[in-house]
Write a protein that binds this ligand. Structure first.
Ligand code: NAD
Ligand code: LMR
Length: 327
């Protein structure tokens, strides 16, 4: 039997938490032979609801679930964790952009970055889901100076998965036929879903589709605005698809990506494609628990303009949270 992996989930009593925890405990994230210990964090008023979720986890009798910690103290929930899924934060409502949440949510990630720095495993892999995810990941990373900055990531995988399905539907193929999709930049309306490196059954997706109007007026805006469309339709932000993307993100990071393909992760930019000091959506391959940014891709002027818009928005968000970057 393998040693259990300690997985922290914040906002565990929330709607994403409810879609996420049962799948982690069932082995969907780390594999069918990997035991886990769940370390669940929520705020004090949500602890009774969290206790209800824990009762349900107990009632599933998951063979891989070797323990559950529940707390409203990040230093308890993050103690020795190998993986931290930072979900807990306010979601946006209709008419809001994700960056409108910076004021309400940013400070959460100062405190949680500090707590991870103090008590988590020195190799902890952090995924920030709470919005605005990229800048919140940046805040957490900057507040955890003793941890490897490369281990702070933000979730762009939901956007990536949304794009895969749009292409599969347009080309009447299966999502498994689509490879090498990229979402550059911010998990926001400025993200740039880049079709120009994607393939469908090994053929260039843009050559096969050959429809610039669809690309500009349907594909790109649909992926960029999908979160808002779900909020409008459901009255609540995406939850099951967000939890699914978090599971995909961590599974690939820990267990690796498929040969010949890549995925999108929001990771610290250190000059790749001209961007730095941001958490930016990049194509990455993963092996042996580490990700590598895919470099050397040719970037057209059409793409570069859009990537720059998203980078500019991220630097503005970064400038707006300077007061949350402690030392
Ligand atoms: P929710 O309101 O249902 O749940 C949020 C939970 O977080 C609640 O239980 C709340 O008590 C808890 N919480 C609040 N402050 C906390 C803190 N300081 N520490 C720990 N827990 C705290 O919201 P949800 O629908 O689960 O969404 C959570 C976040 O994920 C939102 O910010 C949402 O916008 C974001 N989100 C991101 C993506 C993405 O692709 N990156 C996708 C969907 C949702
Ligand atoms: C999403 O993309 O569905 C989430 O980020 C929720 C939102 O606010 O759009």
């Amino acid at each position: 039997m393998k040693k259990p992996i300690r997985v922290a989930v914040t906002g565990a009593a929330g709607q994403i938490g409810y879609s996420l925890l049962f799948r982690i405990a069932s082995g969907a994230m780390l594999g069918p032979d990997q035991p886990v210990i769940l370390q669940l964090l929520d705020i004090t008023p949500s602890l009774p609801a969290l206790n209800g979720v824990v009762m349900e986890l107990d009632d599933c009798a998951f063979p891989l679930l070797q323990g559950i910690v529940q707390s409203d103290d990040p230093k308890v929930a993050f103690k020795d964790v190998d993986i931290a899924l930072l979900v807990g934060a306010r979601p946006r409502g209709p008419g809001m952009e994700r960056k409108d949440l910076l004021e309400a949510n940013g400070a959460i990630f100062t405190a949680q970055g500090k707590a991870l720095n103090e008590v988590a495993s020195r190799d902890v892999k952090v995924l920030v889901v709470g919005n605005p995810a990229n800048t919140n990941a940046y805040i957490a990373m900057k507040n955890a100076p003793d941890l490897n900055p490369a281990n702070f990531t933000a979730m762009m995988r939901l956007d990536h998965n949304r794009a895969l399905t749009q292409i599969a539907q347009k080309t009447s193929t299966a999502v498994t036929d689509i490879n090498k999709m990229i979402i550059w930049g911010n998990h926001s309306a400025t993200q740039y879903p880049d079709l120009f490196h994607a393939t469908v059954k090994g053929q260039s997706a843009s050559a096969l589709i050959n429809d610039q109007k669809w690309l500009e007026t349907e594909f790109i805006p649909t992926v960029q605005q999908r979160g808002a469309a779900i909020i409008k339709a459901r009255g609540l932000s995406s939850a099951a698809s967000a939890a699914n993307a978090a599971i995909d993100h961590i599974r690939n990071w820990v267990l690796g990506t498929t040969d010949g393909d890549w995925v999108t992760m929001g990771v610290p930019a250190n000059g790749e494609y001209g961007y730095s000091d941001l958490i930016f959506g990049y194509p990455v391959t993963c092996k042996d628990g580490k990700y590598t940014i895919v470099e050397g891709l040719e970037i057209s002027e059409f793409s570069r303009t859009r990537m720059d818009v998203s980078a500019k928005e991220l630097s503005e968000e970064r400038d707006a949270v300077k007061h949350l970057i402690g030392n």
